[in-house]
Design a binder for this molecule. Sequence first.
Ligand code: AHR
Length: 652
Amino acid sequence: MSNLWAQNKITFTIQANKPTATVASTMWGLFFEDINLGADGGLYAELVKNRSFEFDTPLMGWKINSAKDVMYGFYFGSDIQLINQPDKAATNPRFIRVALHKTKKGELSLTNEGFRGMGIKKNLRYEFSVFYRQQTATAMLHAELITEKGDIIGSAVLAPEQTDNRWHKVEMSLTALATEPKANLRLWFEGSGIVDLDMISLFPTDTWKGRKGGLRADLVQMLADMKPGFVRFPGGCIVEGRDLAQRYQWKKTIGPLEERKLIINRWNNEVKTRPVPDYFQSFGLGFLEYFQLCEDIGAEPLPILNCGMACQVNTAELIPLESLDPYVQDALDLIEFANGDGSTPWGKLRADLGHPAPFQLKMLGVGNENFGLPYVERFKRFQQAIQRQYPSVKLVGSTGLLSSGEMFETTNADLRKLKVDIVDEHNYSAPQWFLQNAGRYDHYDRSSTTKVFVGEYAAQSVGMTNPTNKNNWRTALAEAAYMTGLERNADIVQMASYAPLLAHVDGWQWKPDLIWFDNLGVMATPNYYVQQLFGANKGNQVVPMLDKNKLPVTGQDSLYASATLDKAASELIVKVVNAGGKAQSIEANIDGLRKLPLTAKVIMLQNNDLEAENSFTSPAIIAPIESIVNVQNKRLKVDLKGYSFVVMRIKL
Ligand code: AHR
């Protein structure tokens, strides 16, 4: 115990009356990518996997129970046929045809396994929907929720009525009788006739804002609680694609769900030790939904678009400059889609899709982790076209995978010559790197008009990107120390986001990740709490916090610190990281404060063990703890425990 408490007293000065920079409202935000089942199987609340039979293996995720269709474990397609009609429906050509001949219960059924099972909650209503087509109304369709053991915990029956041989969507509700983390959905048939089925879907009704076909409320709440200034979407490497055919194309992600063409997810086979053959992008969470999410949680949208280059660590395919126009046009059209009024074609489409008000898009990213001359040449084309038509939209340019080295230096310099508004830097390094780089932006060129977006960063416990990484306290504490440096340099660094954001415990490819979830619940990592504390205690003006030598606090005595003012709340916010195991007593003289005795709210994250992690069973090993300290004679005195991060809020 004794060594946890203060031995030395270290003094600082906080010049609360001398603001040096404005903290951008976008300072702390979110990086969202459909990785680790982040969208399909995660945020997007659809429970049926491969609902439209468009996976490369069309019946993946489905199990057919039929004596005629399955023999020796092989599917033959007799009473349940898989039909492929690309000439009739180019974006969703496959469906199943069920042939019934006085079929009785138990003879013919189809079971969907969900994304690592389906999380089903007792007493919650679920909405089942399906597209059907038939010529006679003599078939019955039963839907059942079944547990891993095979018990039925919810059921409903449907008699499709329309007989015009056209597609109809029909819905029905099932209420769950029990909670089950890994349920399945079974459909069984009885009667006679032929019925075609497609887009078989099951959604919980407790989605975010109760929206039909919406997002998982618990996950969105976690994001909202971070008070993000922006959301960067849809990635990440899925923007670029393994090759250009697999790049993310926003126009294919809007409009009727059944027309959104599914493609493979780049993370399906990217990490050889973590193959996920059932990982595809349904685009149920598409660009309209992303914009809506941003609006809901009060974050600026930051879409990132493909720049005519596939991922440079995969195929590195390039679109020749003379053929780049469609890519540039996609960007122009996206701005019109987000901001145009109903008199513009894309603005009208947004209104027709249910959102007449513009989304006020202010920023757009061109390329993800692209670098080198081919990138800069392409970026320039986008920049010219966008500046001409939409001069107020700020552009974010990529500096590549790494934030040092020749490729970074040259791409960064070239982009700055183009006077790009914001450059995106990525950092996945050892915790030590984050500590050592807490002063990185103290020395940046302040004559450049280009600002910095630290678009992806996360301390890697094993020193490099690797599936054995952990979300331990060591990594979170190092990130907190680094973030004090970002905040102190808010005149340069105007945006930052941890990456990746979400990971399903049974379906991840990449570690570490900010928020872990399973089918029923969510777990905040220590890294999450660090991000949340910065987001919720941002302030809007930086004020100097200096050591006795009048230097910023970037590791002296293992301490890292920054301070801001929250003008609206009239509060001074001080953030201090003690990265050492020894307790330390700090005393900060606050210039510009009244002499009256005041109190400060202190929020602390701490653990004596740098290897400590949160888990689903012990989610608060590292979690915020609040207390109050006195501030007398303009002096803030705090005993910092070893390995701690504290945020202090003092009413001015
Ligand atoms: O965050 C995971 C991946 O890391 C992103 O997709 C990519 O941009 C980076 O390499």
